[in-house]
Design a protein. Sequence first.
Lengths: 141, 162
Amino acid sequence: MTQNIIDNARQFILALPHAKALGLVLDDIGAGKAQISMPYSTALIGDLETGVIHGGAVSAMMDTCCGAAVMSHPKAGLATATIDLRIDYMRAAVPKATITATAQCYHVSSSVAFVRATATDGTSDTPVATATGTFAVERTI
Amino acid sequence: MTRRSPEPVDVVKTRRDSALLALKARVPYAEYLGVSFERRGDELTTTMPFRADLLGNPILPALHGGAIAAFLEVTAQVALSWSVIWPIFEQEGAIETLPALPKTIDITVDYLRSGLPRDTYARAKVTRAGRRFASVQVEAWQDNHARPIAMATGHFLMQNNG
C-alpha cells in the first residue's frame, strides 16, 4: 500500500510538464521525503553578469520537491496544491553546480500538509536556500 | 535666461524602452519563462503567456506553482530595479550602466486560485525602498484583475549603494 503511494507520487512528479522543462531529476522519494536535483542550465540564469541561477528557478524546484514529499506521505491524499511557500535565500548558488533540494513533510492533518525543504549545491555546508510551506491535501478529486 | 525646451516624446520613449529591454536582457530566466514587459510611464506590467510546459498538473490543467512563483519573483525584481532607474529618467538623464540587480533575501507566495491555462499578468509595488533593503509586494492575475491567482511579498538586498 505504502509502495503504491510512493509509486503514484513518483509517476505524478515525473509527468509534470514544468518539472520536465526545468530538467528536474527525482533522485529519491519515500514516506514523506523527497530529493530532487536541477542541473545547471544557462536558460535559468538570473543575472548574466554573475551567471547565478535565478531564485525563481530555485523556487520552482523547491515547490516541486515539497509537493513530492507531501504526495509520498503515508497519510497524504490523492493530490496536493500549494497553499503557501516561503523561500529564504542564504547565498547565491555557485554557477555550473547542480542544485539539490531535500524536502520533508513533517505533519499531515486532515486537510493540510506541513513541509520544510533545504537546497544545497554541494560546494559548501551552507544551504543555497531553505523553504517552508503548507499544502492542501485533496482527498477527493 | 532661456528655458530648455522639452525633449521630443519619441526620444524620451526610446531611451526608457531601451533601458527596459537592456534590463530584461540581463535576466535570461525571464526570457526562458517567456515573460514580456509593458510600460505605461513608470508603471510596469509583466505577462507570462501560456505555454504547455508551464503546467504542473496537465489533467486539471493548472499552471505549476513553481512557474507562478518564478514569474512573481521576476516581476518583483525587475520592478524594483526599474524603481531605482526611474528617478534618473525624471531628471532627463540617460542610463549609462544599469545598476546591479537586487538579490532576493526571501519571498513568500500565497496561492489564491488555481492558475488556468491562460496568459498570466503581474504587477509589483515597492512598499519600502531603503538603502540596503527593499520590500516588494506583487500580485498575479489572469482574466480578472479582481481575482488574483497568487500574491507574494519579497525582501531584497540592494546592491552597490554608495
